[in-house]
Each structure stands twice: as structure tokens, then as C-alpha cells.
Design a protein around this ligand. Structure first.
Ligand code: PMP
Ligand code: GLN
Length: 396
């Protein structure tokens, strides 16, 4: 999906030549075009909580509509600091150790601009969230993927050891992990912490699905491990937690020096993030800490995960185990297609269901395993509709 360099396209700088339209935009377009059920792009198709939406309406009514403080409204930074104190096992200073961004996407971009430049290498696990390599390359740095392997996606110790070089500046880790649903274990994170210390790496951890974990899995943060606070920037997003992805309220947490660097980039990218939505999320985090919201959220996701697992099994789509996030990966190799893109295109036509081809999350898409990613951040009605449609492929 390379951008056109004809006509006005010739003005595009070669540095963006390798990037086209995101796989999410393309698959959501196909979903609309074919009237298909969209289990592709990761966003809830059900309503976010009323208490949060009402807080945004109230903030707009109360004229909280001008530019926010560049690094985030004080009320929201305070709520983020309070919310993360138990998880990170330390007092967090909202003034210097938290920065609000326009979604986790901006946090990732700003962090990679702030910390990487030509000659630097970034290690990240593959399959990866698609903005990581783009943001790395636009910072002029080199993206070095280290592959995780299905179905359990264990930490690849040896591959990490061979990928690290004197130019490696940082490691980007995502837990719970999109698209695999892996939640890194305590032992794995301890190993990564020792590795980061040994090679003096900065660690950026993308923890946007921190509240969506299942069964025995526990979400742990690298920043809480011994000696890691000073070299770790944690990235979060309220969009997933409150099922309001369109509001784009994300944040970074970490030592003052790391936040200072992120803030420099943030102030020239967006300067500030939408004021009323920040105020509403400050309220959301404050209330959710005491009203059982997080338990309800994970229980509802547990039901959706089970429903989609059953549907995929019935359709012969072999889902892999998932411990966190709202994605399920299926092994679709037995369908005999040459690529996951061909499989997903066929699935839209034959069943009217959209999944994401995860090859978009591999540096060399041709070498990606034949998987398909299904999103279960969908109402039970939507999932059941998908189930009826997928029965068509099960019945031949
Ligand atoms: N990181 C991961 C792993 C994601 O899946 C997403 C979006 N779904 C983001 C970051 C971006 O989050 P936001 O919508 O807050 O920009
Ligand atoms: N993170 C979402 C996903 O993985 C999509 C977000 C986007 O469209 N950029 O599906």
C-alpha cells in the first residue's frame, strides 16, 4: 500500500515512501463496503459508561473548553498518579512524573522522537503494534524486531541477546500484548529488567490494555521492578479502559527527566489534549477506583472472550490462548491460502466477517505465520451475528 509518488505525490518526502494506509483503516473500509461484521479494528462497538460521558458533557457546559495545560490538566494527572500508585508500587508526582497525550499513539510517537535519532536502534517484539516501526523510522532510527512464536509466545531470550548491539538505545515492550493476547509473566519481566540494566537500555512499556486481563494472568509493570523506575517510561490509555477510544486520552508515567523529554515533543505536536475529555477522564479514574468498575469491565470481557472462543472453535478457526487485551488470534494455515491477507479477503466475501491480517505487524510480512486477529471488544449481539456468519465457512 505504498503512497503515490505521481502528481502532487512527488512532494512527499522519501522517508514516508514505505508507509501506506493503516491496515485498520483499510479493513474497516472493507467492512463498510461489504456490510460485514467488523471484528477487525480494535474498538468497542458498545457504549462507554454514562458516568464518564456525563462528566464530559458537564465539563463542556462548565466552559472547560479552552487549551489545557500543555502537559495535562492537573486533575487528570493527579488521578493518573493515584490510579497507578499501587501498580507501580511508589508515590508518583503528578507535576513532574505524568504527561497527558492525545492517545497512547501520541505518547509512543513523542517518546520515540524524544529518545531516538539516527544511529540508534530500538528493539521491539514482533508481531508489533503498527505505529512502532513508523514512529521509529520517522525519528531516523532503526527498528529491530525480535519475533515471538505462537501459540504461547514465550520471551525469546536468545533472539534478544543476538539482536542487541552497542547502538541499541531502547526496548519497547507491550503487555498485555496486541495482537497476541500475551501477558508477560513476572519471570519474563525480571529477565527483561536484568537485560535492560546489563545493556543500559531505556525501556518504553505500552500498557494500554492493563485492565483487560483474564484467568490467572496478572498485569505487571516493568517500572515497578527493582532498579527499573529510572529507565522506564510507562504508556497508558483511558480509551480502552473506558471503552471511549475516540476521545484519545493517553499518558506517560516515569521519572521527571523522561517526562520532560516527552513534553518537549508533545508541546510542538499537539501542544495540549482536549480539555473537557481530560476533565471527564479525571472523574472516570477517580470514580472507577472505588465503584467496582474495573471488575465489571474484566468480567464483561471474560464473557466476550469465551463467546468468541466458542464461535471460532465451531467455525474451525482454532483460536490460540489469550491472557489479556481484546484480541484473539487464530491459526488459519489449514485453509490453504498463501497469505493472511488472502484469507481475510476471502473471509469477508464468504462469511461477511472482517479480521485483521497480522502480517501487517511483521517487518517482513511475507514471512508472517498464517494467522488472523479477531477483536472481541464487541457486543454479544455483534459476536453472535459473526458466529452465524462464520457457520457458513464451517459448513463448507
Ligand atoms: N498501543 C497498542 C498496543 C494499541 O493496541 C493501541 C490502540 N489500539 C494503541 C497503543 C493506541 O492507543 P490510543 O488509541 O490511546 O492512541
Ligand atoms: N489499536 C487498534 C487495533 O489494534 C486500532 C487503532 C487504530 O486504528 N489506529 O486494532
Amino acid at each position: 500500500m505504498t503512497g503515490s509518488l505521481r502528481g502532487a505525490g512527488r512532494f512527499a518526502h522519501p522517508k514516508i515512501a514505505g508507509f501506506g494506509q493503516s491496515v485498520f483503516t483499510e479493513m474497516s473500509r472493507l467492512a463498510r463496503e461489504h456490510g460485514a461484521v467488523n471484528l477487525g479494528q480494535g474498538f468497542p462497538d458498545f457504549a462507554g459508561p454514562d458516568f464518564v460521558k456525563e462528566a464530559a458533557i458537564a465539563a463542556i457546559g462548565a466552559e472547560q473548553n479552552q487549551y489545557a495545560v500543555s502537559h495535562g490538566e492537573p486533575a487528570l494527572r493527579k488521578a493518573i498518579a493515584t490510579t497507578w500508585t499501587p501498580q507501580l508500587d511508589r508515590e508518583i508526582d503528578p507535576e513532574t512524573e505524568v504527561t497527558v497525550t492525545t492517545g497512547a499513539t501520541e505518547a509512543i510517537y513523542a517518546a520515540l522522537q524524544a529518545f531516538l535519532g539516527p544511529g540508534d536502534e530500538l528493539l521491539a517484539f514482533e508481531p508489533f503494534y503498527d505505529s512502532y516501526p513508523a514512529a521509529t523510522l520517522l525519528a531516523g532510527a532503526t527498528f529491530v524486531p525480535v519475533r515471538l512464536h505462537a501459540p504461547d509466545w514465550p520471551l525469546p531470550h536468545e533472539a534478544l541477546e543476538s539482536a542487541v548491539t552497542p547502538r541499541t538505545k531502547a526496548l519497547l515492550l507491550n503487555t498485555p500484548h496486541n495482537p497476541t493476547g500475551k501477558v508477560f509473566t513476572q519471570a519474563e519481566l525480571e529477565w527483561v529488567a536484568a537485560f535492560a540494566k546489563q545493556h543500559d537500555l531505556l525501556v518504553i512499556t505500552d500498557e494500554v490494555y492493563d485492565r483487560i486481563v483474564f484467568g490467572d494472568a496478572v498485569h505487571r509493570s516493568l517500572a515497578a521492578m527493582d532498579g527499573m523506575w529510572d529507565r522506564t517510561l510507562t504508556i497508558g490509555s483511558t480509551g480502552k479502559t473506558f471503552s471511549l477510544t475516540g476521545w484519545k486520552i493517553g499518558y506517560t508515567i516515569g521519572p521527571a527527566a523522561l517526562n520532560r523529554a516527552v513534553r518537549v515533543v508533545h508541546q510542538f505536536m499537539t501542544f495540549a489534549t482536549s480539555t473537557p475529555f481530560q476533565m471527564a477522564m479525571a472523574h472516570a479514574l477517580t470514580v472507577a477506583g472505588t465503584n467496582g468498575y474495573y471488575d465489571e469491565l474484566s468480567a464483561a470481557y471474560e464473557r466476550r472472550r469465551q463467546l468468541l472462543t466458542d464461535i471460532l472453535i465451531a467455525a474451525g478457526l482454532t483460536p490460540m490462548p489469550v491472557s489479556g487485551s481484546y484480541f484473539l488470534m487464530s491459526d488459519v494455515s489449514k485453509f490453504g491460502f498463501d497469505s493472511d491477507v488472502e484469507f481475510c479477503t476471502w473471509l469477508i466475501r464468504e462469511a461477511g466477517v472482517v479480521a485483521i491480517p497480522p502480517s501487517a505487524f511483521y517487518q517482513e510480512p511475507d514471512t508472517a505465520p498464517l494467522h488472523a486477529r479477531f477483536c472481541f471488544a464487541k457486543s454479544e449481539d455483534t459476536l453472535e451475528d459473526a458466529g452465524r456468519r462464520l457457520a457458513r465457512i464451517a459448513n463448507g
